[in-house]
Ligand binder design. Structure first.
Ligand SMILES: *Cc1c(COP(=O)(O)O)cnc(C)c1O
Length: 418
């Protein structure tokens, strides 16, 4: 057992694993021949990007796949491929990352935020209400921090209402709901291969889809020119004949260098997911049942990838949470707070996105008030997870003790309005 009151963690919360040697060799091979542009191919050559698309389509079971410049690009490309345009309203859950409403805004469309539950997933009752109120015909569903809602209920609701679903799977690559991979429930699934996600090419995105016409539009949008026949996870050329004159080129391709390192990493993804989950379970074990802490329980239908963990501090005045974060930081444990009224680093709350109108979201506000978030990079060992969870548990207990001694000032009152 670690001494929970004194130990300090000295590792880095932002250090990912190095790129595997085989991936480095694949990248060097691309640099040696110099054909980095995806359409710069020798006769008979497929190219790394087209092969990555084929392999990711096979990995997810999708008919078609397109590799693009970023996860955010994949989202805006998906919206455009479904015909969303300026002034259209697009539903999305209020607990997500800034590039999600940003992708909607990039089209001149307007985000309509939907409340989330304390389990951190979209609230289906609120979704139904907001579909009726807004008249929106597209939901950009973000599986934020890997939490997947009841996808059967969600798809039944959206199908009934005539709402098309795009899944933002930036945190659910390799995850599934009742054995159907995340990204395969809606019309389009979008993924990010940015450094902090489940595959690392620095920047990059993937988009999967079964609809020939939607995918043909996405490919032309991504900047295929009339070279779409060089794709290998794409619909046949006659489908492009229907869309090629009225689909703009909004350049956002992936290149062969990034695709080369992703192909090698994709082969190891199932093992990586298992490694994340072992760390997640070790953290959960260290935090469960500890005073002042509340875990987010995972539903049985969800098979998740534990690349991050969320928990709540029960005594949650903003001052207490700030004190807790500072005490953890002093012992080397870096936590993010989604309830913070000010956006910090990568983390922002829905009410910081003031370029569109949002009514009060009391339920989401409450769900995020005491919510803390921690990355679990694979550079952490299981022992690191035991040490970190011990530090968090000890500091949560300390904050609870202080709160109990000053009942007038703190305690379990409502989160402050700030
Ligand atoms: C990272 C992320 C994105 C955007 O991906 P980029 O590749 O960084 O553009 C979208 N949604 C969520 C939930 C993310 O975490």
């Amino acid at each position: 057992m670690h001494d929970e009151s004194a130990s300090v963690f000295t590792g880095s919360f932002t250090q990912q694993e190095p790129i595997p040697d085989a991936a480095i060799e694949a990248a060097v091979a691309v640099m040696r021949h110099g054909r980095l542009h995806r359409y710069n191919l020798e006769p008979g050559e497929a190219g790394e990007t087209a092969l990555l698309e084929q392999e990711f389509a096979a990995f997810t079971g999708a008919r078609y796949c397109l590799a693009v410049a970023s996860g955010g690009y994949a989202l805006s490309c998906a919206l455009r491929a479904l015909g969303v345009g300026p002034g259209d309203r697009v539903l999305t859950n209020a607990f997500t990352l800034a590039p999600v409403p940003g992708a909607i805004a990039s089209l001149g469309a307007e985000p309509v935020l939907v409340e989330v539950t304390r389990a951190l997933v979209i609230d289906l009752d609120d979704l139904e209400r907001r579909i009726a109120e807004s008249g929106a015909r597209v939901l950009l569903l973000s599986h934020m921090r890997g939490h997947i809602c009841d996808m059967d209920a969600l798809m039944a609701l959206c199908n009934r209402a005539g709402v098309q679903v795009i899944e933002d799977c930036a945190h659910t690559m390799g995850a599934s709901w009742r054995a159907t991979p995340s990204g395969r429930h809606g019309v389009i699934g979008c993924y990010s291969t940015q450094t902090y996600k489940h595959l690392n090419s620095g920047e990059g995105g993937l988009l999967i889809c079964d609809s020939p016409e939607v995918m043909a539009r996405a490919i032309v949008l991504s900047g295929s020119y009339m070279l779409y026949a060089r794709h290998r996870a794409a619909p046949p050329p006659e489908v492009f004949e229907k869309v090629k004159y009225d689909t703009p080129n909004m350049s956002g391709r992936m290149d062969n260098l990034r695709a080369a390192i992703l192909r090698v990493q994709l082969r190891a993804l199932p093992d990586q997911c298992a490694a994340w989950n072992a760390r997640y379970r070790a953290m959960e074990k260290g935090l469960r049942g500890r005073p002042g802490l509340e875990l987010i329980e995972r539903p049985a239908g969800e098979s998740f990838v534990g690349s991050s963990i969320q928990f709540r501090l029960a005594a949650c005045s903003s001052d207490q949470i700030r004190a807790f974060i500072a005490r953890c930081a002093a012992r080397g444990v870096e936590l993010k707070w989604f309830g913070n009224s000010e956006p910090v680093a990568f983390t922002s709350r829905y009410d910081s996105w003031r370029y569109f109108e949002t009514p009060p979201m009391p339920q989401t506000r409450e769900a995020l008030a005491g919510l803390l978030d921690m990355r679990l990079p694979l550079t952490f060992s299981l022992d690191d997870c035991a040490l970190i969870s011990g530090i968090i548990a000890a500091e949560a207990a300390a904050v609870e003790r202080v709160a109990a001694q000053a009942p007038g000032r703190a305690g379990k009152g409502p989160p402050d309005a700030g």
